[in-house]
Design a protein around this ligand. Structure first.
Ligand code: F0G
Length: 369
């Protein structure tokens, strides 16, 4: 049987690594591409979700982080830093722990979920809650890396994008070609940049441009690239509005970002693919979140459902053609931020009933008797 070796070893000939690279990996990638029967029926097409919550720290960030921490080690760094809405910090902390590096994380005060915070703590990161938003944290992280001996592992580091492009490779390897459409949430815009890079590199003959890597030409894997649809939260939708948002606000804390670092690369992916970047409201995000867990059996954190919310929104608007193949990246696991599952559509708390130790009463409570 084939044993999955993590994205760097699986795709070494398409990444900036050499045979001598000391790879830091937790076996990330190889995540399931799950057919979503109910979404497929809704749009009369073939809808798959790429379940990135199955990565070792529970989000897609691990694809980029194996590359970034590997690069940090290769550069002789002893400490790394990141700004984060939570998932990047969880991932950086885990990979840094394995590599024996000090990891500093800057998070917006009071705005990261308990699950993500607990991961960063467990992996021994030095955590500071900044009195500001994600964009402020990234500003400080960049300046720290410019002025102090600390290596930046946010997605402004090209190594991160290189790792994240492997998500597109896996989709094509599984489906046999690129889908017609690829949908995903957009926050700091690194992931849409990574996917678009991966799809493009698979759709043309590829020679690894990185020094010290193979100059062998690799054959084309896909016959086409997909149309890219990205979705921001309505309260944090700078790309949709065309200007930075100074006070971004959404329950989808992972994408609560007002000035994405990879803004231009995201709009380039949108334009080159003939796609769009649109927004979805918190209500639409939570509806998609409930749809995924209750109908498709896939539990994600709210931000992760933004792509599904976008599909449902545009289907209702009549913008979704029939008979197409759709891949939607659902970016992080539901256990990251489980509080949203414990509320119903009206926002009321859901609390399971208490019953006595009696089979008849239990049967009655279940409507079986
Ligand atoms: N979904 C989740 C669950 C995320 O954590 C993020 C980003 C995104 C989507 C958006 O991806 O930034 O590449 O456009 N989280 C970052 C973090 C900002 O710090 O964990 P993006």
């Amino acid at each position: 049987a084939h044993v999955w070796r993590g994205v760097i070893r699986e795709y070494a000939d398409r990444l900036p690594v050499t045979e001598d690279t000391r790879v830091v990996t937790l076996g990330e990638g190889g995540t399931p591409l799950i057919r979503a029967p109910h979404l497929s029926e809704l749009v009369r097409g073939d809808v798959h979700v790429k379940f990135e919550g199955m990565n070792p720290t529970g989000s897609f960030k691990d694809r980029g982080m194996t590359m970034a921490i590997t690069a940090a080690v290769e550069n002789g760094a002893e400490a790394v830093v990141c700004a984060s809405t939570g998932n990047t910090s969880a991932s950086a902390a885990a990979y840094a722990a394995q590599a024996g590096l000090t990891c500093a994380v800057l998070v917006p005060e009071g705005k990261i979920s308990l699950g993500k915070m607990s991961q960063a703590v467990a992996h021994g990161a030095e955590i500071l809650q900044v009195q500001g938003n994600f964009d402020d944290c990234l500003d400080i992280a960049r300046k720290l890396s410019e002025n102090y001996p600390v290596f930046l592992v946010n997605s402004v580091n090209p190594a991160r994008i290189e790792g994240q492009k492997t998500g597109a490779f896996e989709v094509v390897d599984t489906l046999g070609d690129a889908p017609d459409y690829h949908l995903l949430p957009v926050g700091n815009a690194g992931n849409i940049t990574g996917y678009w890079k991966g799809y493009q590199e698979y759709a043309r003959p590829y020679v690894n441009p990185h020094p010290g890597t193979s100059d062998e030409e690799l054959p084309t894997v896909a016959t086409r690239t997909p149309v890219m649809w990205g979705f921001q939260a309505a309260g944090a939708a700078p790309i949709v509005l065309g200007h930075p948002v100074t006070d971004p606000d959404t329950i989808a804390t992972a994408i609560r970002i007002g000035n994405p670092a990879s803004w231009d690369l995201a709009t380039a992916a949108r334009d080159a693919s003939g796609g769009m970047i649109d927004s979805v409201t918190d209500e639409e995000i939570l509806e998609a979140h409930r749809w995924l867990s209750s109908k498709e059996g896939v539990f994600v954190e709210p931000a992760s459902a933004a792509g599904v919310a976008g599909l449902i929104k545009h289907h209702a608007a009549g913008n979704v053609p029939e008979g197409k193949t759709w891949v939607i990246t659902v970016t992080g696991h539901g256990l990251k931020d489980p509080q949203w599952a414990l509320k119903n559509a009206d926002g009321d708390e859901i609390s399971p009933r208490s019953v006595p130790f009696d089979v008849v009463t239990v049967a009655e409570a279940l409507g079986l008797a």
